[in-house]
Design a protein around this ligand. Structure first.
Ligand code: SF4
Length: 428
């Protein structure tokens, strides 16, 4: 996967509003109720949590505001308030927990997700009683059923060896199906790398898709860090896409929340996606126009791989949408200019749209604590012009502010994760 992991992670808003669903009926209310705080940026994570809570046979309800947390948890007897969040949401969650916790003295506060995993100590200091570090499948249900446990909950093996025993979807809650978890890559801006790769089995994915089609959702998206690596290679991707089509689904693969690594974009792969998939764009992780910077990032591909991938996508009938990061630590002005040149070439020669990011070091990544390189005025002018022309999008402006915020949050002690990367950042 690429820089969408870096970004604020806003999820596409489903066209239909979620129905208020819960299983908090009196028959199962002897157990503590789980109040899941849902926000526009954590719906997919809430889906996963709901699946696990349902599987554990526990009552749950979704709260879409702090006021709803209070209303639902205070009338519930024993309750857990569950928050899953990413680092950009830290101030909002922090303020909400500080305001609500005194009003809900009997409630136990539980956090999980990308930020709490990266900074359990800082998360506990915010007022949470417990933090799930890493994958929740084998720790969440037993903890909630017992009603108590250590402050840091962690699967000793890092997560289950097999995803199939755990729900791939939740009835009535739209969202993508996770087909692959973990990545062997080690990109320094990413917290997903160097984790065991597990693929959900084809029958499980197809069964989930069939159920979604029955609910009236034919267009189905997938979560994977490396879309063309599903099942170990293109044959498995082909089998999956064909089976999804037979099940009546219109799969979206190689577009958010899945994307592709450039070196996997062969003419055969593009033809496969073009034949079976609903999407007419292909999201390619490009990241930099400098081979030295790509090596520093640990990407494992070259600039030429990015150009070839965009060319093949275009020739095969998919519009390339290429992630590029500006302001990588240690990037020289020449290297930043090379990324601008790459963007121009991709736009001009291959009809690409650029998804622009400004580097912001996130806790839990090897580059946490590293300083971004400022944007050159010429780079900024290019980004603004291309944005106006409709050939570039992305949250790069917000990420410039976020990079400053991250430094401030760390200096205030809101983030306590240790930085390990500074000495590694070369200057040329
Ligand atoms: S480590 Fe894996 S998931 Fe993360 S950006 Fe690199 S290839 Fe993508």
């Amino acid at each position: 996967m690429g820089t969408r992991l870096l970004s604020k992670g806003k999820e596409p808003t489903p066209s239909s509003h979620f129905p208020r669903v819960s299983n908090a009926d009196p028959a199962v209310r002897k157990s503590p109720i789980c109040v899941l705080r849902e926000t526009p940026t954590n719906r997919y994570s809430v889906n996963v949590l709901v699946g696990l809570i349902q599987q554990a046979g526990l009552p749950w309800v979704v709260a879409r505001s702090g006021a709803e947390v209070v209303r639902l948890a205070s009338g519930a007897g024993r309750a857990f308030a569950l928050y899953s969040f990413m680092t950009p949401d830290l101030p909002t969650v922090r303020a909400e927990v500080a305001a609500l916790r005194p009003r809900l003295p009997g409630v136990r506060w539980l956090a999980g997700g990308a930020h709490p995993t990266a900074d359990p100590e800082g998360t506990l200091a915010m007022g949470f009683d417990h933090v799930v570090v890493g994958e929740a499948e084998r720790v969440l249900g037993p903890f909630l059923r017992d009603g108590d446990g250590p402050s840091v909950l962690r699967d000793p093996d890092g997560g289950p060896p097999d995803l199939d025993p755990y729900p791939a979807r939740v009835a009535g809650r739209p969202g993508p199906v996770e087909i692959t978890r973990g990545c062997r890559g080690g990109c320094r801006f990413c917290s997903v790398g160097r984790r065991r790769v597990r693929h959900r089995g084809l029958p499980t994915v197809v069964a989930a898709a069939r159920a979604m089609v029955t609910e009236g959702r034919r267009v189905i998206r997938f979560v994977t860090p490396d879309a063309l690596a599903y099942g170990g290679g293109l044959k498995a991707v082909a089998d999956l896409l064909a089976a999804l089509r037979t099940a009546g689904a219109e799969p979206v693969l190689g577009a958010f929340p899945s994307e592709v690594r450039p070196e996997r974009v062969t003419p055969e792969a593009v033809a496969l996606l073009r034949t079976h998939c609903h999407n007419r764009t292909l999201v390619i992780g490009g990241q930099s126009g400098s081979d030295r910077v790509l090596r520093f990032l640990g990407r494992g591909h070259t600039v030429d791989d990015v150009v070839q991938a965009a060319a093949r996508a275009r020739r095969g009938g998919l519009r390339p949408h290429v992630d590029l990061i500006f302001g990588i630590p240690g990037e020289t002005s020449e290297e930043q200019a090379a990324t601008v040149e790459l963007a121009r070439l991709l736009q001009r020669e291959h009809g690409a749209k650029i998804h622009a990011h400004y580097f912001h070091p996130l806790p839990g990544t090897p580059l946490w604590g590293a300083d971004p390189t400022p944007l050159d005025p010429k780079t900024r002018a290019f980004l603004e012009r291309a944005e106006r022309a409709g050939t570039l999008d992305g949250d790069w402006r917000a990420q410039i502010a976020l990079a400053q915020d991250l430094r401030e949050w760390a200096s205030r002690g809101w983030i306590r994760a240790k930085s390990t990367s500074r000495p590694d950042v070369p200057t040329s």
